[in-house]
Design a protein around this ligand. Structure first.
Ligand code: GLA
Length: 735
């Protein structure tokens, strides 16, 4: 039986004909990326090259490349140096972070795996996969390494370690890494906090270890999403870059390391807490998938992620519905009349899915109580939710509900009945965050309770959608029985809960929210349909948050709402065109008390909704383009349709520019030879000041080649700060 039988590969099944690659040099190629793997030695395979595709190489060239990759013998270092393997091993002389850390009561702390087998499938220019099995008989461990180059040029790596000894093996960490070239001298990563997720940070990458650890028990609002190493000065459109993302919603580590020898790697894995994984005889541990991506410019990385995600069978299909979310519209002030009015206004302007946010369940009149009691509160909803659900459906909209299953308020019937269901270390209660604690989902009764409650709600109301929230970091998260560190098991239990619910309700869509954007990763996205990028819907902040969330995710997976004219989180006021023109580049929604909007605002909003609905189909299949603007006060970004025939760009004025008259808007990403007509798009009317100070081409539109638009550009109209201009770009038929 093939080693691949159990494994889901991106490589199509008809191409999965494995061959024995032990003792070979393997070349995997796809989408202009190549991965050359040396499986000739007895030790773990070495990646000779990960980066730009050198084209098909014959055996002689592969052997020559392997030869030139051999490190020099230098004074006072190993007599026989080896290039580092995907799982770096100390026993081979790697002085950096070891891939596997663990021991058997102090023994077997350093491994030396010997390869038993290498199975491989290659699919010409469509990528391929390798499965390596190895063992260390002295340490009584077996290892399986899976490496795949997907059709979009993304590399997926994962490992499983198996204890074949007779006593426990304590696993302290298992990270996987890919080599970086000496030209990668700069690092880019993201950080953030509640309400301001995804702020970029750059630094030189010299001889050092740069580690981004996350111990929040969830992905974290400061999670880097991608750690990128690249050529000095790389941008969205230029410079070779290599990035890594760990697809995991618990504690995780991402790192880049360069040793004095010059060898450098970038990698990551799960971050294990002390004693968290003890493998009994016969037990195994599997890493999350580490995604590694190479390209020219950051846009290339994002495009590879987008193509990879869009090719998944479970990628949300069908037009992404316009969401009407009640949170910033009513907060906890829920009643039928108010919500029915909101639903009516929403339906009139074209909303398609109504999401009832926090505040509908037992005792939840504010954010200090009720979490855990997932029963509709009869004081607020005497007939259950049926009346509001019926009203919403009668208006032609679908219905969704907010839940926060993993959490519990001490002031809840659940916490009073089951104080022992809480993640805690011994008798010590973890500190409260937002007045809440975390339920131990590894405890079967707690898991079953949540599954029963969620299942019952989805069934009773035929829910189309759940907004699944998770509003705190995990602190002192010990298992309710025994008190051992439980983040790993909790993360798997949450995945199992999501998976079971989805199996039972295949049509149900789920949004991953976590105090805004604190659970954004490809682990949770394997079982959810979009993320809520931030609790801050101030369009100015959102320009940055969405730009950087977009490093990992395509627009259709990033929830983006039009809020009230005055932002609830920052107090800023923005025109509707700025708010809606920002939401347009994500999965569009509305989170605004429309009963406070006047007739003009409602009519303008309806135009924006219609515009989104008209264009979402191609926007959500297109290629995101972000321009490296020389002016930090201006952002230009857009989406080019997958057939290249059209594009939509936004010119965003963040602040006043130092210069005005000579600034240019460059529109890259279009086919260089084709000709395109550029015109302003003005759903909901033109912002008054843009109308007052147009540049001549805006009034008439202009037709130029893709090359001229990318390289010469258009005179920028003098926008006021916090204004946005949309440009509709259409290809002209060949002359
Ligand atoms: C979190 C979410 C918000 C909202 C509130 C409700 O903060 O991010 O969107 O759902 O919870 O309490």
């Amino acid at each position: 039986m093939s080693l691949f039988t159990q494994k889901e590969l991106c490589v199509p099944p008809e191409h999965q004909v494995p061959f024995n690659a032990k003792g070979s040099l393997v070349q995997l190629r796809s989408a202009e990326v190549a991965l050359l793997v040396d499986c000739r030695g007895s030790g773990l395979p070495v990646i000779l090259h990960w980066g730009a595709d050198p084209g098909v190489l014959d055996d002689a060239e592969l052997t020559a490349l392997a030869l030139v990759a051999r490190p020099a013998v230098v004074p006072n270092a190993l007599d026989e140096p080896h290039p580092v393997a995907v799982l770096p091993e100390h026993s081979g002389g790697w002085m950096g972070l070891p891939g596997l850390q663990g021991h058997r009561s102090g023994r077997d702390w350093s491994t030396q795996f010997t390869v038993d087998g290498v199975e491989c499938v290659t699919v010409g220019e469509g990528g391929g996969a390798l499965r390596v099995t190895a063992s260390d008989s002295a340490a009584a461990l077996e290892l399986r390494l899976d490496l795949e180059l997907t059709p979009s040029g993304l590399v997926r790596v994962e490992a499983t370690v198996h204890n074949c000894g007779t006593d426990d093996y304590t696993l302290d960490g298992l990270v996987l890494a890919l080599p970086l070239p000496d030209t990668a001298t700069e690092l880019l990563e993201l950080t953030g906090r509640w309400g301001r997720e995804r702020s970029p940070q750059r630094r030189p990458f010299g001889v050092s270890t740069h580690v981004r650890d996350s111990r929040r028990g969830r992905t974290g609002s400061d999670s880097t999403l991608l750690l990128v190493a690249g050529e000095a000065g790389f941008g969205f459109r230029s410079g070779q870059v290599w990035g890594v993302h760990v697809g995991w919603s618990g504690n995780h580590r991402t790192y880049a390391e360069r040793l004095p020898s010059g060898e450098a790697v970038i990698g990551g894995g799960e971050l294990l807490l002390s004693g968290e994984i003890r493998l009994g005889p016969g037990e195994s541990y599997s890493t999350p998938v580490v995604h590694a991506v190479h390209g020219t410019g950051l846009d290339d990385l994002s495009h590879r992620f987008a193509s990879y995600l869009r090719a998944r069978p479970g990628h949300p299909s069908g037009p992404r519905p316009v969401i009407m979310n009640t949170w910033e519209a009513v907060y906890f002030d829920q009643n039928l009349e108010r919500l029915a009015e909101l639903a009516e206004l929403g339906a009139k302007i074209g909303a398609e899915l109504f999401v009832l946010d926090d505040g509908w369940f037992l005792g939840r009149r504010d954010d200090t109580r009720g979490l855990g009691d997932w029963f509709v509160d009869p004081d607020v909803w005497p007939q259950g939710l049926h009346l509001v659900v019926e009203r919403v459906r009668a208006l032609g909209m679908r219905f969704g509900l907010w839940v926060e299953p993993e959490m519990v308020n001490p002031d809840s019937d659940l916490a009073r009945a089951h104080p022992d269901w809480i993640l805690a270390t011994g008798d010590r209660r973890p500190p409260l965050v937002r007045g809440q604690l975390v339920l131990d989902l590894t405890r079967p009764e707690a898991f079953e309770y949540l599954l029963e409650r969620l299942d019952a709600l989805v069934t009773e109301y035929h829910l189309d959608y759940l907004k699944w929230d998770h509003n705190r970091d995990l602190v002192d998260a010990g298992a309710s029985v025994g008190g051992g560190a439980a983040v790993h098991a909790q993360t798997l239990a949450v995945y199992a809960l999501l998976d079971t619910l989805r199996q039972r309700h295949p049509g149900l869509e789920i949004e991953s929210c976590s105090s805004g954007g604190a659970r954004v990763d490809l682990g949770v996205l394997a079982r959810t349909d979009r993320v809520w990028a931030s609790d801050c819907i101030d369009a100015l902040e959102r320009q940055a948050i969405q730009r950087w969330t977009g490093l990992l995710l395509p627009p259709e997976l990033i929830g983006s709402h039009v809020g009230a004219p005055r932002s609830h989180t920052t107090g800023r006021r923005h025109d509707l065109s700025f708010r809606a023109g920002t939401a347009l580049f994500g999965h569009f929604g509305i989170e605004w008390d429309l009963s406070a909007a006047d007739q003009t605002e409602l009519a303008d909003l309806a135009e924006w909704v219609a515009f989104y609905r008209r264009h979402r189909d191609w926007l959500h299949r297109g290629r995101v383009v972000r321009v490296d603007s020389p002016d930090p006060a201006t952002l230009v970004h857009g989406i080019v349709a997958d057939d290249g025939h059209r594009a939509l760009f936004a010119v965003v004025q963040l602040a006043s520019s130092v210069t005005v008259a000579a600034s240019r808007i460059r529109l890259p990403g279009l086919s260089p030879e084709a000709r395109f007509t550029v015109r302003p798009a003005t759903p909901g009317g033109t912002p008054a000041t843009t109308a007052l100070r147009p540049v001549p081409w805006l009034a008439t539109g202009v037709t130029l080649s893709g090359r001229a638009l990318a390289e010469i550009g258009l005179q920028a109209p003098p926008l006021q700060p916090e204004q946005l201009l949309l440009l509709d770009v259409q290809q002209e038929p060949d002359a």
